[in-house]
Ligand binder design. Sequence first.
Ligand code: MN
Length: 513
Amino acid sequence: MEKSLIKIFDTTLQDGEQTPGVSLEIREKLEIARALAKLKVDVIEAGFPIASPGDFDTVSQVAANIKGPIIAGLASASIKDIDAAWAALKKAERPRIHTFIATSDIQMQYKLKLNREQVLLKAKEAVRYAKQFSPDVEFSAADASRSDWDFLCKVYAAAIAAGATVINVPDTVGFTTPNEFGNLIKYIHDNVHDIDKVDISVHCHNDLGLAVANSLAAVQNGATQVECTINGLGERAGNTAMEELVMALRTRKEFYQAATGIDTKHIDRTSRLVSTLAGVLVSPHKAIIGDNAFTQESSIQQQGVLNNSLTYEIILPETVGISRSSIVLGKHSDRQAFEERLKQLGYDLDADIINRLFVRFKELAERKQTVYDRDIEALINEKADAAESYRLTYHQVVSGNQTVAMATVKLETSTGIIEQATLGDGPVDAVFKAIEAAVGLEINLKDYAIRAVTSGQDALGEAVVWVERDGRSFSGRGLSTDVIEASAKAYVNAINKMLAAGGGPGDVIEKNV
Ligand code: MN
């Protein structure tokens, strides 16, 4: 049997950005797109151009700047959506318009208020219209897994006849199971005219925890493209996690007789970048990318791994880019050693960025005995924000079990320094209230999380806060060996992002595929 090549279609920037609480800035999306290109994904879905000016700009900047992968833009089956998608995509080396319409009876009746004949016609017309602009057109039948199989096949055949190059089978609501979905893919494969001339794609949601399993069942039954996101981000329970799907296909390649073009050694780094920028922490027992994924606790297993790592480890950590090297840097490391380590970690950065990172590295090394690779990566992901209305220059907190917490902060703005002191319910609350008083805004704090970047008492703490205004949420991050300082920086960062984005609720647009 010949090994089939499975294309990886990444939708972290589209479906993944619909993760509740996630709102990425354009430069953050560009950074993720660059990492995805390094990972060698086949397709990057960069956004939904008609949905908002921000989405439009993201798609056009990704299209203009990211070389290698196909760049896709989403559009519902309407002329104005497709026009917007093409306007955003036209600078891409390899553009793809991705158009969709729902085909399940429930969604046609209650969402679209159209009958089957009308939907069939719209699908055909949308693909034909998109095809005038882009030779590569993907067609999705939204809610395919709950659609009538014969009607679905009719719609796909019409889309292919109109010029679709990829037909996508979404399990939009995460309802299907592996056997059922595998059978559906086989049915489509056996009953749609000219199906062998196009890619069969799948797009699974994880509402029942089956997204990866359903995607693998589809691969066994003829799917040649899988849509997924880094860390499984996405609305509700998320999408197929790319790292799991890719590593399942790689680890069990003899069983699946399939391979992907993904450069797996970039998986761990890309996962951390997305987690940091999106502000969504990965649970420690998450497959492939969780902190515990390669940790052996039981001593029998540890001995086995020491004798031969494959005794218990089915994946070598190096395969996904986790280094076992014990090289650490400290306060005596010079700029050259620092730059050398950055190169070994795979970062290719401009000299002025390295200079700025080296200053941060020295500050960190003064406070922390050993600086690990993960600390360096955290510094790289931290980066200064483009628009900083406020900068935290000083903070002091008094707290204890017999006293009310009190915080003093100084914030630097373009017009001078603002100082405020307030009492609070614990040190973090006190410092947040002092910042709020200093900026003079009522801030709606939605969530707050803190974690250690590495182990040890002097570990770097990474704080993430989410604030909300007019129904939009903004995440802020802060990094320090002092958790109160990390929290305060994260809060100021979130406020800066909120102010940079301006007010006004975004348009609410249905973009469920
Ligand atoms: Mn989706």
